[in-house]
Each structure stands twice: as C-alpha cells, then as structure tokens.
Design a protein around this ligand. Structure first.
Ligand SMILES: Cc1cc2nc3c(=O)[nH]c(=O)nc-3n(C[C@H](O)[C@H](O)[C@H](O)COP(=O)(O)OP(=O)(O)OC[C@H]3O[C@@H](n4cnc5c(N)ncnc54)[C@H](O)[C@@H]3O)c2cc1C
Length: 196
C-alpha cells in the first residue's frame, strides 16, 4: 500500500485508528488540515448527554416487603424529564435493597447540562416519585452527567476509513449507542483495514 508522504501515518505505523466519542474524533481530525474531509464526515453526528440518577432505599427492606412502589421493574417513560427507569435490585444476583436507576430524556439532559448535580438529583427524584408513586426519601441519591450518551443522529455507516491516508474512526455513535454497536463498528473497521 503506497501513501503520499505528507499524509502517511508516522514511521513504524501502518494506520491510525481512532476509537473515541464523536466529539473527540471531530476535534482530533479537524486539527490536521488534510484530515478535514474526514472531520466533515463526522460533523452531522449528534450525541446527547444523559443525566442519570442512582438511588437506594435500604430502610425500606423488610422481610414481608419485596418491593416498594410499582409492580414493574423497568419502563420507558413519557414524563418530560425521564426517559427510562430500572429497578436495579430486581436484576439477578442483586441484594434485596430497593435501588433504582433513572435516566433523564435527551432533551431535558441537554437543557440542564450545566446544572448542579444536587439540583438535578432533586428534580429527577421528584419526577421519579410522580412516575412510580414512591415518595419515600432515599438514603442515597446521586445524579451524574454522562456526556456522550444517546446517539440522536448516528454516522449511518459502521466506520470511517480512508485507505489512502491510513486513518480510520469507529465507535458506537457510528450506528447507535449500545455496546454491541461499538463492537460491530470496531470489528468492521478492523476487517476492512486488514482487507485493504
Ligand atoms: C453509565 C453507563 C451505562 C451504560 N449501560 C449500557 C448498557 O447497559 N448496555 C449497553 O449496551 N450499553 C451501555 N452503555 C453504553 C456503552 O458503554 C457504550 O455504547 C460503549 O462503551 C461505547 O464504546 P466505544 O468504544 O464506542 O466508546 P467508549 O467506551 O466511550 O470508549 C471511548 C474511549 O476513548 C477515550 N477517549 C475519549 N477521548 C479521547 C481522546 N481525546 N484521546 C484518547 N482517548 C480518548 C475514553 O477515555 C474511552 O476510553 C453504558 C454507558 C455508560 C456510561
């Protein structure tokens, strides 16, 4: 494989493959003049943040009480703040202590991206109570912002690869936002690089 000297990867390397979030890939690629066309291919990708609340109610564990609140363990929600809830304590092998994960919607997360975690925690806890009917005060509640979380607009192809430059990019955001998307993206890029 012959590449122009100006654009070839550094000596000793056959290729440069980036496996970073879309915003990072865009930033890295746009810093190198001849990689600008690759940066432009990533330009349209839109990944929203996700505020996530984790909460626990150990004081509610009683021998006769299996769960607090609703008779379901996971739900998609149409509440304006919340998109998804899961009862962590219902998962196999977990302790009986009632624990929930609450994921805010992409729109609400983006709108409140700069908010203080304590304020977000209070707002998500209020929404959690409205959805589940659980009004008890948790002994543990913490909100964390997951910045590169939900791919709203994926790349639409499983990877970016420029054989002439020897530069490739992969990541879940190419085709989705789940771990299997990351796996498929990385695998397909690797197979393509080996094949070229
Ligand atoms: C809290 C949480 C829960 C999740 N739960 C699930 C789940 O239940 N099921 C599911 O399918 N998926 C889940 N996911 C999503 C899953 O983790 C991702 O889809 C997957 O990790 C994406 O893999 P990736 O290789 O594309 O990116 P990442 O795993 O994000 O890897 C990117 C790597 O690049 C590094 N990096 C970033 N910028 C730079 C830079 N400038 N230079 C060098 N390195 C850099 C980062 O440190 C990171 O190691 C969850 C994610 C989080 C955060």
């Amino acid at each position: 494989m012959t590449r122009p000297t100006r654009t070839a990867p550094p000596d000793g390397f056959d290729a440069v493959l980036l496996a970073v979030p879309a915003s990072g890939a865009r930033e890295l690629l746009s810093k190198v003049e001849h990689l600008a066309p690759l940066a432009q291919r990533v330009e349209g990708v839109d990944v929203a943040p996700c505020w996530t609340l984790i909460t626990a109610f150990p004081h509610a564990a009683q021998p006769t009480l299996n769960t607090l609140g609703p008779q379901w363990n996971a739900a998609r929600s149409t509440h304006h703040r919340v998109a998804w809830l899961a009862r962590e304590s219902s998962k196999p092998g977990r302790t009986l202590i009632e624990r929930w994960t609450v994921q805010a919607s992409p729109g609400w997360s983006r709108e409140h991206e700069g908010d203080d975690p304590a304020r977000v925690s209070a707002k998500l806890l209020k929404a959690f109570g409205e959805i589940t009917g659980i009004r008890a005060t948790p002994t543990f509640a913490e909100a964390r912002l997951w910045r590169q979380a939900q791919t709203l607009v994926p790349l639409g192809e499983s990877f970016v690869w420029d054989a002439a430059l020897g530069v490739g990019v992969c990541g879940d955001w190419c085709i989705g936002h789940r771990v299997e998307d990351a796996f498929v993206s990385g695998l397909e890029l690797a197979l393509r690089v080996i094949g070229d």
